[in-house]
Design a protein around this ligand. Structure first.
Ligand SMILES: C[S@@+](CC[C@H](N)C(=O)[O-])C[C@H]1O[C@@H](n2cnc3c(N)ncnc32)[C@H](O)[C@@H]1O
Length: 381
């Protein structure tokens, strides 16, 4: 039951303001399991999920506090994946998380019949393709799966009900493009670029501020929802503080290469240059230092572990076609909404041509993007 306010801002069931419906709608990954789908084009992300699994398993064994009961079902153990998309990268993570939870209960002396039933809540935006997720659930699983649509920056669950929160490759999505970046008379106006570039400090600062606000909103919502002693594991794409743009690249620099294709298309009259000026991506790729500072400001969680993972997934995009398909599966909704669907094929063809002419982008060893795994524990009140 959702009401629309006069400003067309959605109000959720708990009365919290959430994102305008339009913005969130565009965030869903390409649906289904066909050649353009996120399912088929997210091995890059999967690499990081796979190397994070044993670390998460170890943290659950060492630190998860299982004595606190969920307010909603005292005999249930509740896990949620925030930003799960169509699930195929989520299922392997949920498999090890639920297995580790069972082992933790068993090692505390409980016999099988005393171990609580595990419920996994799969969260994403309402336009996410939950049908693909639910039709591909692993048949052999130790949990009951539940759909949880909505904006993860606001409250989605009852107070003190959740034991384990997980999120991978989702917290780089901002609730909005920072306003000043889109304002022509602002020093942070981002002009022709579609994402911040390191030489524009005002733009970088505007993006970082928005990112910090959004991560804090996510943490505040989870702080209310989680039981004392509950654990949270987040996998967040990142960049190092220093890397050489002449000889190396990162996801943001690659996205700016895609942006340069939009500028080229505008120059040939496909659409106006103003159309490119008014398009900015709602993403921020943090450095480890920035994320650590944000997480450590929390009064509700302690930062238990922070690992910088060198993502093996970067070796899974063997060709310009694969790299273009990877970005297309993520960005098609946003691009189509702003530029129309007619330009998408041409845009990615141009992007592939540029990639082919820039060998550095085709060398995965030069991809300096990393992924941060942060494990946090809900403080006891
Ligand atoms: C790149 S996908 C990651 C999917 C999966 N977790 C993985 O590791 O492959 C990011 C997902 O986050 C979702 N997302 C972004 N912002 C969100 C928000 N505010 N609330 C809920 N989901 C969000 C997107 O819809 C998308 O499905």
């Amino acid at each position: 039951m959702e009401k629309m306010s006069s400003k067309k801002t959605k109000v959720d069931i708990m009365g919290n303001g959430v994102l305008p419906r339009r913005t969130l709608d565009l965030y869903a990954m390409n649906a289904g399991d066909g050649p353009r789908s996120y399912v088929q084009n997210s091995s890059y992300q999967r690499g990081a999920v796979d190397i994070a699994k044993p670390i998460i398993e170890e943290e659950i064994a060492r630190k998860l506090d299982i004595k606190h009961r969920s307010s909603t079902s005292p005999n249930g153990f509740w896990v949620a994946d925030f930003g799960c998309s169509t699930g195929h990268n989520s299922f392997p993570a949920m498999q090890i998380i639920t297995r580790a939870i069972y082992r933790k209960h068993a090692s505390s002396g409980l016999i099988t019949s005393q171990i609580p039933e595990v419920f996994v809540l799969f969260n994403d935006v309402i336009t996410n393709d939950f049908n693909t997720l639910f039709t591909s659930l692993p048949p052999r699983r130790r949990y009951t799966a539940i759909r949880l649509p909505g904006d993860f920056h606001s409250r989605l669950l009852p107070e003190s009900s959740l034991h384990f929160a997980y999120s991978s490759w989702a917290l780089q999505w901002l609730t909005q493009v920072p306003k000043e970046v889109a304002e022509r008379d602002s020093p942070a106006w981002n002009n022709r670029a579609i994402l911040y570039t390191r030489d524009r400090k005002e733009v970088c600062d505007a993006y970082l501020n928005q990112y910090a606000k959004d991560i804090e909103a996510f943490m505040e919502a989870r702080a209310v929802e989680m039981v004392s002693g509950g654990l949270m594991a987040i996998l967040v794409p990142a960049v190092p503080a220093f890397w050489n743009p002449e000889t190396e690249y990162t996801i943001p620099s690659d996205l700016n290469l895609l942006g340069s294709c939009l500028v080229d298309m505008a120059k040939t009259g496909k659409f106006s240059e103003a159309k490119v000026d008014s398009f900015n991506l709602p993403f921020y790729f943090t450095t480890p230092e920035q994320l650590k500072a944000i997480l450590e400001r929390s009064h509700s969680f302690t930062l238990e572990r922070l690992e910088i993972l060198n993502n093996p997934g970067k070796y899974t995009l063997p060709s310009v076609n694969a790299r273009a398909a990877f970005y297309r599966a993520v960005l098609e909704g946003l691009l189509t909404d702003h530029f129309g669907s007619d330009i998408i094929d041409e845009l990615f063809t141009l992007y592939m041509e540029k990639l082919a002419a820039l060998p550095v982008f085709l060398n995965p060893d030069k991809d300096k993007s990393t992924v941060i795994l942060a494990v946090l524990k809900r403080r006891s009140e």
